[in-house]
Design a protein around this ligand. Sequence first.
Ligand SMILES: Nc1ncnc2c1ncn2[C@@H]1O[C@H](COP(=O)(O)OP(=O)(O)OP(=O)(O)O)[C@@H](O)[C@H]1O
Ligand SMILES: [Mg+2]
Length: 316
Amino acid sequence: MATIEAAGLTRRFGELVAVDDLDLAVDHEVFGLLGPNGSGKTTTVLMLTTLLRPTSGTASVSGCDVVREAARVRERISYVPQDMAVDIKLSGRENVSFFAALYGVPGRDRVDEVLAIMDLAERADDLAGTYSGGMRRRLELAQALVHEPEALFLDEPTIGLDVAGRQAIWAHITELRRRGMTVFVTTHYMDEADHACDRVGVIAKGRLVAVDAPAVLRRQLGGERISLRVDLPATPVTVEGARLVRREDDELIYHADDAAETVPALLAGFAAAGVRVRGLEVAAPTLDDVFLALAGRQDEGGSFDYRRFRNLMRRR
Ligand SMILES: Nc1ncnc2c1ncn2[C@@H]1O[C@H](COP(=O)(O)OP(=O)(O)OP(=O)(O)O)[C@@H](O)[C@H]1O
Ligand SMILES: [Mg+2]
């Protein structure tokens, strides 16, 4: 049996189906749950961590049912929520000691150990209020690790951190996995998920629409990404065989089955429209592209077309 299992897991809020019939098995890996805002990530995590009752379906951690054996599940897991959760009036060490006491972990050794693992030993006796955002996140991880959980749930662990801070968090997550922990993480950062997650699941409107290794999903999407930088104002040109998937300021991103065929047509189209193309790049699709194909633009929050996706995947 996998460390984390869900079968038909569903949560409704009135008419809204926030998580819809989710089947999943996660075991000794870093699993990333990706999805637009409001797609059901936090609701899923809350159910798996016993904090929210499923409307229907079942889930278990290390074989313990999240509803019937909630206390047992809680002994075996840790959960770091989306919002910060350290006491700024206590020192780093006191914060971790508090969690150690909650879980009945005796002595100071384990507290010192997790502070060292999270590179906080030198600042352990400073007030958490004097820590940077990245240090607070690491302190939350130290708290979460103190009772040696079998499964660690992290909701948006790197949000609001600078590049170095994010890299540090992911390096720690990778190390925990190496030591045998099962890590379930949600994130909006596709490049980070691509590097750090063994497998990712894409959730859109409560439905899990794809689960696989990032590289497999990228390969399945296939085709090429064509990125064009144009002089503004510019109306995007449409040509057969190239689909405009994103527009960011002066950058237009197309997805094409065969870039060699469509790039000349695109360039001719922009030339005819009197728009100067200043940059052109053709590359293999990224996890971002997979995400856009599966879940649509984040700010549209639900342009996902399941039938279109199935057809897309079937064609490959
Ligand atoms: N307690 C609640 N009562 C009513 N609706 C809720 C409740 N909690 C969540 N929802 C709704 O369920 C849906 C899923 O929310 P959820 O927080 O799981 O999304 P999310 O994927 O974590 O989003 P984000 O990326 O913004 O954190 C949303 O439409 C949300 O408004
Ligand atoms: Mg959330």
